[in-house]
Design a protein around this ligand. Structure first.
Ligand SMILES: Cc1cc2nc3c(=O)[nH]c(=O)nc-3n(C[C@H](O)[C@H](O)[C@H](O)COP(=O)(O)OP(=O)(O)OC[C@H]3O[C@@H](n4cnc5c(N)ncnc54)[C@H](O)[C@@H]3O)c2cc1C
Length: 351
């Protein structure tokens, strides 16, 4: 699904969608019905935005015609619905730059160096891009990226070393189990004795701890010992004044993700209380050719609901079409009766 970044040539496209939450995904559909091709970028490694990241297993009751639908199920259904339009997906990349050129097209760039030459931009960035919650202890800045990590890349580089893993969710447990037996030591530090991770992982971790193969500590990292710029140990403060010093080559903090408006605030678009102000005819921002839909936008009467974002996606698609092809006549067609839309959907002749 993910295309690789091309450092050389920018990808030319009619539209870039920033954010693969439910509204960004539905924008692929509405643009596709109008015959517009797009690429969609998300800083998360999976599509679905808040639905997938914050509440995948919860039921949603206010999607029209679906009396109840799991949040991840909604994402899966949207992915199925947009399949005919073969949008380019770029996951695990944050859009860092959007610049309107003199010719009215847009230069868009991501944190991984992917570049686009886009006819229009739809921002469906929700509450912003999800960032890791950071460890708040003195000295973290000097070791971040070298010995303090918020994600694991190339796991084998940590084998044979003393590892301290903080957190109580799936990432913390999965990596503690993965490194057990491969690292010199693994200590899992969590502020509570209950864990949010999958019960099977928690049970396995307790088994390994009982067998002395990994250590589990209740408490929080309170201090880092850094000598000559190198992290050597961490101090964990536990319940009832317990203090434990742990030898540490690498410290991993998996405290979950939180959304941050991030680079969007620097693209010269008019903001109102951290949201992008749009009109309600096309959902266009203060910059012509940049549209904003879903939780990221604001207008009189705005309600942050998936339903509202779907409506906004439909009107923004017409806005994109008018912006990219100003001389093209626009008219409303029904999917039930339009041969061209049915052709685009790949269902021509099935009706
Ligand atoms: C617990 C909970 C329950 C909810 N229940 C309901 C409900 O029952 N009904 C309902 O209608 N709504 C519900 N909502 C709200 C609903 O989830 C949001 O309205 C919806 O997710 C908004 O969709 P979106 O596509 O606008 O944004 P999001 O779902 O927030 O997705 C935005 C995406 O954009 C990405 N992004 C942001 N900035 C960048 C960038 N610079 N580069 C790349 N990617 C970026 C983010 O990583 C994210 O994946 C609920 C929300 C929560 C938290």
């Amino acid at each position: 699904m993910t295309e690789t970044a091309s450092a050389a040539a920018p990808i030319e496209t009619e539209c870039v969608i920033i954010g693969a939450g439910p509204c960004g995904l539905f924008a692929v559909f509405e643009l596709g019905l109008l015959g517009l091709k797009c690429h969609i970028v998300d800083s998360l490694k999976h599509p679905g935005g808040q639905c997938a990241e914050l509440y995948p297993d919860k039921p949603i009751y206010d999607i029209p015609a679906l009396p109840v639908c799991g949040a991840q199920e909604l994402v899966d259904r949207l992915l199925q619905q947009i399949q005919p339009f073969a949008a380019g997906f770029h996951l695990g990349e944050e859009v860092t730059e959007v610049r309107r050129r003199a010719d009215g097209r847009f230069d868009v760039a991501t944190s991984k160096g992917t570049r686009f030459d886009a006819g229009a931009v739809v921002i469906a960035a929700g509450l912003g891009s999800f960032q890791p919650r950071r460890l708040a202890v003195e000295g973290v800045d000097s070791v971040e990226g070298r010995q303090l990590h918020y994600r694991v890349a190339r796991a084998e580089q940590y084998h044979g070393q003393d590892l301290v893993i903080c957190g109580g969710g799936d990432s913390a447990l999965d990596w503690a189990l993965e490194f057990c037996g491969k690292a010199r030591s693994v200590t899992l530090v969590h502020r509570r004795s209950e864990f949010r991770a999958q019960p099977a992982s928690v049970a396995r971790m307790h088994e390994l701890a009982a067998a002395g193969r990994l250590r589990q500590l209740t408490g929080q990292v309170a201090a880092l010992a850094i000598s000559d710029g190198r992290l050597t140990s961490v101090t964990v403060n536990g319940p009832e004044g317990a203090v434990t010093d742990l030898a540490c080559d690498h410290l991993f903090a998996f405290f979950g993700l939180h959304p941050k408006l991030g680079p969007i605030a620097e693209w010269g678009i008019e903001l109102e209380k951290k949201a992008l102000r749009v009109d309600t005819e096309r959902y266009q921002t203060s910059v012509p050719g940049i549209f904003a839909i879903g939780d990221i936008n604001t207008y009189p009467g705005k309600k942050k609901l998936i339903l509202s974002g779907f409506h906004e996606a439909a009107l923004a698609a017409f806005g994109v079409q008018a912006y990219v092809y100003p001389n093209k006549r626009q008219f409303l067609q029904y999917t039930t009766t339009s041969p061209i839309m049915q052709q685009r959907l790949g269902v021509a002749g099935e009706g």
